[in-house]
Structure formats: C-alpha cells, structure tokens
Design a protein around this ligand. Structure first.
Ligand SMILES: *Cc1c(COP(=O)(O)O)cnc(C)c1O
Length: 432
C-alpha cells in the first residue's frame, strides 16, 4: 500500500507507477540531490533559513535521498522531522570544531591494503563499496561521501581478498562501505564466493542501511545469493521508530526468513533520537521484527557532525531506562568508537557499588542495593596455558592458541607482565 505522499511523489517523477516504485534501481536513478527537487516532490516551500546555503553545504558534503526515504518525511513539522534531519543538509555541518577530525577512527592509518581496516586481532572491516543510496548526514565516513560514487573493480577487491587470504588470524570479515548492497547481485556473489573459499574465514557479515532507506533492494535474487554463503550475519542501521515502515518490515522478514541473523546499529543523534522513550520504542519495534539491537553508538568526532553530538551522559541515561525495565534483548551495547583507532569501548551505568574480600555490593535498576556473597572455597587453577593437561576440557581443534594482549595479558597467570607502559614514557626512557 502506497501512502498519499508516495503517490504524489510518483506523479511528480514523470508519472512513475507502482512497478517503478518497488524497483530498487529505479529508486537509485531517481535519488534527490538538490533543494528544489525536495520542495517540488514534497510540495513544500522550505523556510529561508533551512534552504539557505544548501548548495554551499552540498559542495562539501553532497546530498542524496531515495524517493522512498523522502516519502517518509512528515511535512507538518518538517524541521523537527527525524527523517528530514538524517537526510537534508543543514548549515551547522560546515561548523568545524577544533576537536573534530577528518578520520577520527584512524581507519586510513589502520589499513594494511586499500579497503581493509585491520584493527582487531581476528576480524577486519572490508570496505567494498563507495556507494550509498542515501547520504546520511551523520555519516562517520563523511569525508569520503560522494568522492567517487563507484564500486571498486575486481583488481582492487582482490587486493583486499588476498590480504585476508594471507592473514590466517582473520576469522570474521565485515563487509561495509558505503553500502555493500549497492553492488549488483552478481558482483556481491563473486566477493562472497571468494571469501567463502578461504579456509580460516568462519563468518561473513554485511553492514547495510538498505532495509531502512531502500527496502526494495531486498529482492528474491539477492536472497538467493546471500543464502548460498551462510553463515552470513547482517547489521542494519535504524535510528528512529518511524523508519520501521511496512516496506522495511517486509524486507527484514525476508532476510530473517532466509536464515540471516539480524542486528542493528543505532547512532545517538541530538534532535533525532536522544530520548529514552523514543529509543525504547525503536528497540521494541526492532525486536518485534526479529532484529537484535547490537550497538548504540556515541556520535563520532568526524567533521560536520558536531550538531548531532550529545554528552555521553545522554547515552547512559538511555541505558538506565532500558536495563531491567525491558527485555534484555532490547538493550544494545552502548559504545564510543575511540578516537585514534582504539576500537569500540563499551560504556555502562555503574552497577557494582562496593567490594570486600568475600562480598560485592550491587544495585539494581530499581535502586535496590543488594549483596552477593562470594564463595569461601574457590581454588583458582594456576593457568600455564597447558590446555592439553588441564582438568577443564577443551578440544584444542576448536580453539586456536592466541597470545594474550592488553589487560587480558595483565591477568594471565602465565605472563610475567605486571604493567602496561606507554611507549613514550619518559621515566622508562631514562632507564638505559
Ligand atoms: C566495528 C568494527 C569491527 C567489528 O567490531 P565488532 O565489535 O566485532 O562488531 C571490526 N573492525 C573495525 C575497524 C570496526 O570499526
């Protein structure tokens, strides 16, 4: 069922019909790229302060909105509309703060070959597409948006695949971009086939906003391709309950029915979803549609995002309103992606209040303070990593030996390290 607004937009787009509307390639060909078109298709005149300077902004950070996503905008309060705010440029984007960075997550630096970000020991981010249907105004890779609206060719992709092939520690590949689902079914099939042929790859993941901004992309042909390469996991990116339309729900159902576990990454955005009640409604709707809220992101320090940022306290307040109050399934992990490339750092309200040698003091979501008595008789095993001769049973075929790093290393019995010291520590520098 098409809405009245969708029918109006179709009429304006050369009298498109329902078949056009449900064709993802038609949607892509008709992406909206300027303010005049937005006004024409929505039948509105935007206030001067809203339309002001849009060409100046889009010169730096281009605009692209699918007709479908545009059709979700509620024109009765357009300036506060969460769909409008995520897709329409505002002059605040040009305000660069002293602390803003072009590449806050150091993705370009942590990239051993073009397109691969190898940050964590056992998994990589593989940027296989420079294209997106909709340019999210809050994109963390805003610096690249519209750079080159293309899909890397086979030679470029093969460089990444070869790196993955030659790096046996990698067991998990996360396809992202851009949006990997902007590729044709055939091209995606080729990449997934190449990756599946690598022995040490256990799981493949795809990060995509298609179910939100272009649900028409979830075609029978695509599902057939995805099903060939299981286990495949998909993470999508819903930020507001209004985005869960009938079309989106249908796309999610098809993906889930294809046996793909679905997760969601939400970005905490001022003026869009910085409200515990909106978040709870969003996470409830996602779970009801078989999508597990995975991460809630603190907004990154990328240039052009300052107006979307909230204090960290807002995220903690939101978690406080979820944990215990609703199903655990509806509670994502709140993370800050560390500037400088430290990876995602989880943030939690404090539940552990105090501690003695045999008791911990905790508080619950209601504010009840309680104690947990620790065992008197726990005999720790000294772990020398000789797993073959340990009473605890582990089949060594299932568990690659991985060297302990970071805090894990400080806790390991078999490691002599007693501290972690920054490489440029002056006191250590004086020692020899
Ligand atoms: C987020 C991310 C991953 C995946 O992290 P998970 O916590 O495993 O979901 C991998 N590589 C990079 C560079 C990332 O930013």
């Amino acid at each position: 069922m098409l809405s009245k607004q969708q029918k109006e937009i179709m009429k304006e787009l050369n009298g498109a019909d329902k078949n056009n509307w449900t064709d993802w390639k038609w949607q892509l060909r008709h992406c909206i790229k300027n303010v005049e078109q937005v006004e024409q298709l929505l039948g509105v005149t935007l206030p001067e302060k809203v339309r002001n300077k849009v060409p100046l902004i889009t010169e730096r950070f281009p605009m692209s909105i699918t007709p479908y996503y545009l059709s979700l905008i509620d024109c009765s309060d357009i300036e506060n509309d969460p769909i409008f705010k995520q897709s329409f440029p505002v002059v605040d984007e040009l305000e660069v703060m002293r602390t803003d960075m072009l590449d806050p997550l150091h993705e370009d630096i942590d990239s051993p070959v073009e397109g691969v970000v190898h940050r964590y020991p056992d998994r990589v981010l593989f940027l296989v597409s420079n294209m997106c249907a909709m340019y999210c105004r809050h994109c963390t890779r805003k610096r690249h948006v519209g750079d080159l609206d293309s899909i890397p060719n086979r030679t470029q992709i093969l460089k990444g695949i070869n790196y993955i092939k030659n790096t046996p520690e990698i067991r998990d590949v996360l396809l992202s971009g851009g949006d990997p689902l902007m590729m044709s079914d055939e091209y995606l099939d080729w990449i997934l086939t190449e990756l599946r042929a690598i022995d040490h790859i256990e799981i493949l993941r795809i990060g995509t906003r298609a179910p939100v901004v272009l649900p028409q992309r979830i075609t029978e042909g695509l599902l057939k391709v995805l099903k060939k390469h299981h286990p495949i996991w998909i993470n999508t990116h819903f930020n507001h309950p209004r985005e869960l339309t009938n079309s989106s729900k249908l796309a999610l159902r098809k993906l889930a029915d294809a046996g793909i576990p679905l997760g969601n990454q939400t970005v905490l955005l001022a003026g869009v979803n910085d409200c515990p009640r909106i978040m709870k409604a969003l996470f409830h709707k996602l779970v009801a549609n078989r999508v597990r809220p995975y991460y809630l992101y603190q907004c990154d320090l990328s240039e052009g995002l300052n107006h979307f940022r909230t204090p960290v306290g807002k995220g903690i307040e939101i978690l406080e309103s979820l944990i215990g109050h609703t199903s655990g399934l509806c509670v994502p992990t709140y993370v800050i992606d560390a500037p400088g490339g430290g990876g995602k750092i989880p943030i939690m309200p404090n539940y552990l209040i105090s501690w003695s040698t045999n008791k911990v003091v905790l508080r619950n979501y209601e504010g009840v303070i309680t104690t947990y008595k620790e065992p008197d008789s726990y005999e720790p095993n000294f772990c020398d990593r000789d797993c073959a001769n340990c009473d605890l049973q582990l089949s060594l075929d299932d568990a690659n030996e991985v060297k302990a790093t970071g805090i894990e290393k400080l806790l390991a019995d078999n490691d002599q390290a007693i501290s972690l010291v920054p490489a440029d520590n002056e006191r250590y520098g004086r020692r020899d």
